[in-house]
Design a protein around this ligand. Structure first.
Ligand SMILES: NC(=O)c1ccc[n+]([C@@H]2O[C@H](COP(=O)([O-])OP(=O)(O)OC[C@H]3O[C@@H](n4cnc5c(N)ncnc54)[C@H](OP(=O)(O)O)[C@@H]3O)[C@@H](O)[C@H]2O)c1
Length: 272
C-alpha cells in the first residue's frame, strides 16, 4: 500500500532509527514523509546522520505535523512524554507505542480513552531488518490504521496482529528470544573452539547454522521435527548429538525460559 501520511517518532534512538531506515528502504516513504524529535542533541545528530530525516528538539512539533506518531522513548521516560503530548493528541492521530511492557490501558489513561492506539512488541533484530514483531490495538483503530501499521512493521521484519492478552507471551518468546539464541550461538562456538576450530570460524559457522536452519523453517514451512528427522540418519552423528541435548534437558530449558520471561513481563506490567 502507498502510505501518504506523515509519520513521526518521539524519541530518536536505536529502535526509531531502525524503523525509519526500514520505512525509507521498504515501505516507500521518503525523508519528507518523516520527522523525529529527541530531547538530546547527540541523539538528534546521530539519527539525522543515519537517516537524513529532520529531527526537532520539540516533541509537540511531531504532534502538530504528523498523522502517525510512534512513541519510541524508553518506558521509564514515557509517563513524562504522555503528560507533555496529551493535550495535543487529536482524533486525527494514530499513536503507535513500541515501549516494552506499556499496556493499551496505560496509554489510554495518559492520552484519553477514545484515541486510536497500537501497541507493538518489536525485537532487536529489527535493527537489521529481521524483526519478529507482534502488535495489538485499541477498538478505536480503523481498517486504514491497521493496514498502515502492517505496512510499516513489515518493513523491518515479520509481524503478527495478536490480542493484548498474549503480549506477555510474545515478550517471553520473540522479545527476549534473541538473547536465548545468542547464548546458543556462543555455546556452539565455544564447543567448536574446544574441538579445535579458530574462534572466528566457529562463531560464523554457529551463527550461519542458526540462520540457515531458521530460513529452512520459514521457507519450507515444514514442521521443525520433520526437518530434524531428515538430518538424523540411523546410527549417525546427528542422532548422537540429539541424544545428548535431550539428556541435558534443552527442550525443557526452552519451555522454562519462555515461561519465566513471560511471567516476569506480566509482573512488570502490573508493578506500576
Ligand atoms: N532496542 C530494542 O531492541 C527494543 C526492543 C523492544 C522494544 N524496544 C522499545 O523501544 C523503545 C526505544 O528503545 P531504544 O532501544 O530505541 O531506546 P533508545 O536508543 O534509548 O532511544 C530512546 C530515545 O529517546 C530519547 N529521549 C529520552 N527522553 C526523551 C524525551 N522526553 N523526549 C524525546 N526523546 C527523549 C533518548 O535520548 P537519550 O538517549 O539521550 O536519553 C533516546 O535518544 C523502548 O521503549 C523499548 O522498550 C526496544
Amino acid at each position: 500500500m502507498e502510505i501518504t501520511k506523515k509519520i513521526g517518532f518521539i524519541g530518536a534512538g536505536q529502535m526509531a532509527a531502525a524503523l525509519a531506515k526500514g520505512f525509507l528502504m521498504k515501505a516507500g516513504l521518503s525523508q519528507e514523509n518523516l520527522l523525529a524529535s529527541d530531547a538530546f542533541e547527540a541523539s538528534r545528530e546521530k539519527f539525522h546522520a543515519a537517516t537524513g530525516i529532520d529531527v526537532t528538539d520539540d516533541n509537540i512539533d511531531v504532534m502538530k505535523e504528523c498523522d502517525v506518531v510512534i512513541l519510541s522513548v524508553k518506558p521509564q521516560v514515557l509517563p513524562d512524554v504522555l503528560e507533555e503530548i496529551a493535550d495535543h493528541v487529536t482524533q486525527d492521530h494514530l499513536i503507535i507505542s513500541i515501549c516494552a511492557g506499556i499496556t493499551l490501558a496505560k496509554l489510554q489513561a495518559g492520552l484519553g480513552e477514545d484515541i486510536r492506539l497500537v501497541r507493538v512488541m518489536p525485537n532487536t533484530p529489527c535493527l537489521v531488518g529481521q524483526g519478529a514483531i507482534a502488535f495489538c490495538q485499541s477498538e478505536t483503530v480503523t481498517q486504514e490504521d491497521f493496514e498502515i501499521t502492517c505496512a510499516l512493521l513489515k518493513s523491518v521484519g515479520r509481524c503478527f496482529h495478536v490480542g493484548e492478552h498474549v503480549m506477555d507471551a510474545v515478550t517471553g518468546l520473540s522479545g527476549s528470544g534473541p538473547a536465548y539464541v545468542y547464548l546458543v550461538i556462543e555455546a556452539l562456538s565455544d564447543a567448536g573452539v574446544m574441538m579445535g576450530l579458530p574462534r572466528d570460524v566457529a562463531t560464523t559457522l554457529a551463527a550461519q547454522t542458526v540462520r540457515g536452519a531458521a530460513d529452512m523453517v520459514l521457507e519450507t514451512r515444514e514442521h521443525p521435527a520433520v526437518l530434524k528427522d531428515r538430518v538424523t540418519s540411523p546410527a549417525g552423528t546427528t542422532i548422537a548429538g540429539m541424544r545428548q541435548l535431550e539428556k541435558c534437558g534443552v527442550r525443557a530449558a526452552m519451555f522454562e525460559a519462555v515461561m519465566a520471561a513471560a511471567n516476569r513481563s506480566r509482573e512488570l506490567g502490573k508493578a506500576d
